[in-house]
Design a protein around this ligand. Structure first.
Ligand code: PHE
Ligand code: ZN
Length: 894
């Protein structure tokens, strides 16, 4: 059933085929061993494949045809057991090759020709800066050779790469090198063997003029692993942090999950043209250069931390993804949700844990909540898709990670770890389903997780309404929780979920957490300590706490223990109280956010009604207290001082009023800057360390705090702040400080200072594409009204290219986040984005289908903007569309 495509169902179903989870069948044939030979050439690469094939034991019926996927391949020859096939023995169409009759066990030989230079989609084999590289997940391998390209077909691989010895001195693939040599005509070859059976999506090949940085890691059982990072020569000085992160990740996975690395070498390669962040190919991770290269002079603290997290993520996939993989792509969150959870915990362990959680949750509540509330909402395990590449989403990744985190809350760490051990042991070398993972968790803990499985099947963000009542006479506290999940496309009726709510009751007199004694109807009491997890399972449920000695303020959903929206009728006094007294760092921060949002609500209303805006003094007092009461955690303080983003504020509004939100938020920023000028200045000066740059949590917190303070002061163009900003830029100590300063100047009205600064920066860094990405972004995120013209102008800049996904994100993606300018009332922002989508639909459908997202959210805006956005979607729909863009547009307009 495709309930979500009712409006245009006929056309939709006839043109593009959807794939359904319920139709899954094991493959008729499996491949036990794959031998590949690549003869590399920029426009005519030859690929020979020898597949060792046998009938699948679960489908052991004679007469089943052999179905091989293949796209954009030119078939040269095909043979079975050495016998070339006659044309009538196979059929070829745009999806692949079908061989009608095959024996129960045989060798299949094919040869194809492919054109890497024509490949602008960046799936399969392509060239980036002269270097050959591959991207096979999810379905790119079929652009390399004819193959049963599905994750439940796992084979060992032996790969020979042949290339020109001069231009391609380095030839890499998965596993270990076993042979190499010279060939006639200045060519050479290397043969690689990967002994671990793997699906084709984990295959990788790299060939180019690359240099490496090497290191070693000794595993917990004493094996030596060679670590290599391969880059273009000019980037050799940008690998240190990634290497250190890799070693930390390897150690952490041994200590935390008991997982050891399983090959003699682990390689990372940096490429400039890459659709995503990075890819976990077995033993040969390929990274977007933006996700691996760092240097204090070129990368910000945020990039250092992102690189650490992504290096860890890809490394952790070696177990959660590669050793145990997905049966089919509907199970994508099996590997992604678990691996994101693992990388989040890793980053929390090696940095500031509360800050990591605050950052992850504020991103999640802004971006994933928006996805879950929009026309492309889907469950963590979707039940159908047209183009699987469209499902590498925040729901699969981030919500999937939250669901795993809930399991950890429900089981406790020890049982969760035992469940993880059981999962890896039982399913090693297999392609499995999400329920296999959850069953391990149920088995080790004895918990009934049947209701919990609904988290994987139901889309939408559950909403919890909470009410508390304290009875002074009895000392009882009643907490009533009710849950409801709104309808999403194709899913109208939702069932109650099993939700872990971590909580405390904070005594209003003592300011301390009170002991939680949960008492059921029969009078049975369970002591949860001062910070406990209650299980909400019903649509409505009342929890009774006894022996509560004083009136409490409840602190609910601590650490964001479930991916839900929780409403509680807190007064501003309650929130100010939690802001200072909550023992949970995350909820302290959240109390501040809630308090700020209440003030913003009033200001947004005032702006709409044309009434004078008045700043809430309670907010000023709260910020003053934060700034002056010496805090021992600067990292958390910096987060507390950061106002909710315009996007997050918009999430709270029934109809988004772009201009009112911007005006209200600016008003708060500037009021705080005026009223707390001396406090901000003091914070700025107290956090200017002259230590040599290091990406340590302590230094990062100081820089963040300093730059947050400076940003407040610059919001009112304070003369002293302008001087300090200019100095900070000129000193150029590190990119974090330089970028902060340049951004503040460029986003101020001081174009007399901003323009020369931008020009100088652009000239200084013209040779470094990753720095130029930042230069593009800074210019198109300024709130002033001239931005759209600047975007059009920069699209013609010689260093901009629509073929490079990083550039598209840096310029177009960043502009679409510039809310006041993208949502201009003349519709020019929408038009610009649609023009780019149409162009990218031809060049790189995957990127086109991602960059279109802001247009799909039209329902959230006023009628004028809705009409303008829909008109652009219609204009895109009239084009000849790739399945990627087609699916997005149809969902958006359904
Ligand atoms: N599997 C990759 C990751 O999560 C992401 C990816 C998906 C990369 C598809 C490329 C293509 O790390
Ligand atoms: Zn991943």
């Amino acid at each position: 059933m495709v309930g979500d495509f009712t409006h245009n169902k006929e056309r939709f179903m006839s043109e593009m085929q959807a794939t359904y989870l319920k139709d899954y069948l094991p493959p008729a044939y499996r491949v036990t061993h794959t031998e590949l030979t690549f003869d590399l050439d920029p426009s005519a690469t030859r690929v020979k494949a020898r597949l060792h094939v046998e009938r699948h034991p679960e489908r052991d019926e004679a007469d089943l045809p052999l179905e091989l996927f293949g796209e954009a391949l030119t078939l040269v020859s095909v043979a079975i057991d050495g016998q070339p096939l006659e044309p009538h023995e196979f059929q070829e169409d745009e999806k692949g090759l079908t061989i009608t009759r095959v024996p129960a066990r045989f060798q299949l030989d094919t040869e194809v020709e492919i054109d890497p230079d024509a490949n602008t989609a960046l799936e399969g084999l392509y060239r980036s800066n002269g270097m050959f590289c591959t991207q096979c997940e999810p379905e790119g391998f079929r652009r390399i050779t004819f193959y049963p390209d599905r994750p439940d077909v796992m084979a060992t691989f032996s790969t020979t790469v042949i290339g020109d010895a001069k231009t391609l001195p380095v030839l890499l693939s998965n596993g270990n090198p076993v042979e190499k040599g010279e060939l006639p005509n200045g060519r050479h070859f290397v043969t690689w063997e990967d002994p671990h059976p793997k699906p084709a999506y984990l295959f990788a090949l790299v060939a180019g003029s690359l240099e490496k940085v090497e290191d070693h890691f000794t595993t917990m059982s004493g094996r030596e692993v060679l670590l290599q990072i391969w880059v273009e020569p000019e980037n050799l000085d940008k690998t240190e942090h990634a290497m250190a992160s890799l070693k930390r990740s390897m150690k952490w996975d041994e200590e935390t999950y008991g997982r050891e690395y399983d090959l003699d070498r682990f390689m990372i390669v940096a490429v400039n043209d890459f659709n995503m962040g990075a890819m976990e190919n077995k033993g040969l991770n390929i990274f977007n250069s933006a996700a691996v290269l760092t240097h204090p002079q070129t990368a910000t603290d945020a990039t250092f931390q992102r690189v650490e997290g992504i290096v860890a993520h890809e490394y952790f996939h070696n177990w959660s993804g590669n050793r145990v993989t997905c049966r089919d792509w509907f199970q994508l969150s099996l590997k992604e949700g678990f691996t994101v959870f693992r990388d989040q915990t890793f980053s929390a362990d090696v940095n500031s844990a509360p800050v990591k959680r605050i950052e992850d949750v504020s991103f999640f509540r802004t971006a994933q909540f928006a996805e879950d509330a929009g026309p492309t909402a889907h469950p963590v395990r979707p039940d159908h898709y047209i183009e699987i590449s469209n499902f590498y989403t925040l729901t699969i990744y981030e919500k999937g990670a939250e669901v795993v985190r809930m399991l950890r809350h429900l089981l406790g760490w020890d049982d969760f770890r035992r469940g993880s051990d059981l999962y890896f042991e039982r399913f090693d070398g297999q392609a499995v389903r999400i329920e296999d993972f959850v069953a391990c968790m149920a088995e080790v803990s004895g918990l009934d997780l049947n209701q919990f499985m609904r988290w994987y099947a139901q889309a939408g963000t559950p909403e919890i309404d909470a009410h508390g009542e304290y009875d002074y006479a009895t000392g009882h506290y009643h907490l009533r929780l009710s849950q409801r999940t709104p309808a999403t496309p194709g899913q109208f009726d939702k069932l109650p979920l099993h939700i872990p709510v971590r909580m405390g009751l904070v005594g209003t007199k003592s300011g301390h957490d009170l002991t939680l004694k949960l008492t059921d109807e029969s009078g049975e009491t369970q002591t949860l300590g001062k910070d406990g997890v209650i299980h909400l399972r019903e649509a409505e449920q009342t929890f009774v706490f006894t022996d509560v000695e004083e009136a409490p303020v409840p602190s609910l959903l601590r650490g964001f223990s479930a991916p839900v929206k929780l409403r509680y009728p807190y007064s501003r006094e309650d929130l100010a109280f939690l802001l200072t007294h909550d023992s949970d760092g995350f909820n302290r921060w959240d109390a501040g956010q809630r308090l700020t949002l209440l003030a913003l609500d009033d200001l947004i209303a005032a702006h709409r009604n044309g009434v004078e805006k008045v700043m809430d003094v309670r907010l000023v007092d709260a910020y003053r207290a934060l700034l002056t009461e010496a805090s021992d955690d600067k990292a958390v303080l910096a987060e507390m001082l950061t106002l909710p983003s315009e996007a997050y504020i918009a999430e709270q509004q029934p109809v988004v009023d772009v201009d009112a939100i911007h005006a209200a938020r600016e008003f708060v920023r500037q009021s705080l800057a005026w009223q707390l000028r001396d406090e901000f200045l003091a914070v700025y000066h107290d956090n200017r360390s002259d230590e040599a740059y290091a990406p340590t949590p302590e230094q990062i917190a100081e820089r963040r705090l300093k730059n947050v303070a400076l940003a407040y002061l610059m919001s009112v163009e304070d003369e002293e702040a302008v001087t300090l900003t200019q100095q900070q830029l000129d000193q150029g100590a590190n990119m974090t400080d330089v970028r902060a300063a340049l951004t503040l100047l460029a986003h101020s009205d001081r174009s007399d200072l901003a323009e020369p600064a931008l020009k100088a920066f652009g000239e200084k860094w013209a040779h470094d594409p990753l720095v130029m990405d930042q230069w593009f972004t800074i210019q198109v995120t300024r709130p002033q009204a001239d931005v759209l013209e600047r975007v059009r102008f920069l699209m013609n800049h010689p260093l901009f290219s629509l073929k490079n996904p990083n550039k598209v994100r840096a310029l177009i993606g960043a502009f679409a986040q510039n809310r006041v300018n993208f949502h201009r009332l003349d519709g020019e922002g929408y038009k610009l984005l649609a023009d780019v989508v149409i162009e990218l639909n031809r060049l790189n459908p995957e990127i086109a289908a991602r960059i279109i997202t802001p247009l799909t959210r039209w329902q959230r805006f006023d009628e004028t903007r809705q009409a303008l956005m829909k008109a652009e979607l219609e204009r895109i729909r009239a084009e000849k569309l790739s399945p990627n863009v087609y699916e997005m547009v149809e969902r958006a307009l359904a």
